[in-house]
Design a protein. Structure first.
Length: 135
């Protein structure tokens, strides 16, 4: 069976989505990077993929209009079809409360977005190594 290769980047800021995708591409240009703007779009994407190939990883921002990251995280982790998808909360927040809630809702990891592109490339390299299966 082919390993899932889609990595979903869920963030309401288009520039953040693009920069994150570019950092991932610097480490692995073979994956399929899918950009989504909020939790509603994420859940719709997953429902459309249900029964097919689910993503290898979800990078999820917390603060977004519509369904925010917390709500989306809770819904995904309570769904038996989707709950095994690793979710990394990837946010500008470094709040202990946000970390606590993220882990309570089932996040696999909590990462505060780095402040330079070079650091982002390093972080995405580590994320790929730890969370995305290689073929």
């Amino acid at each position: 069976m082919k390993q899932p290769t889609a990595i979903l980047i869920v963030d309401d800021d288009a520039d953040d989505r693009d920069i994150t995708r570019d950092a991932f591409n610097a480490n692995n240009d073979k994956a399929d990077y899918v950009s989504l703007e909020n939790g509603d779009a994420l859940l719709q994407y997953l429902q459309e993929k249900e029964g097919n190939s689910l993503p290898a990883l979800i990078m999820l921002d917390l603060n977004m209009p519509g369904k925010d990251g917390r709500e989306a995280l809770r819904e995904i982790k309570s769904n038996t079809t989707f709950q095994k998808i690793p979710i990394i909360v990837f946010t500008t927040s470094s709040s202990d409360r946000d970390k606590q809630i993220s882990y309570e809702y089932g996040a696999n990891c909590f990462v505060t977005k780095p402040d330079t592109f070079d650091k982002l490339v390093e972080v995405t390299a580590a994320i790929l190594k730890l969370w995305v299966p290689t073929s």
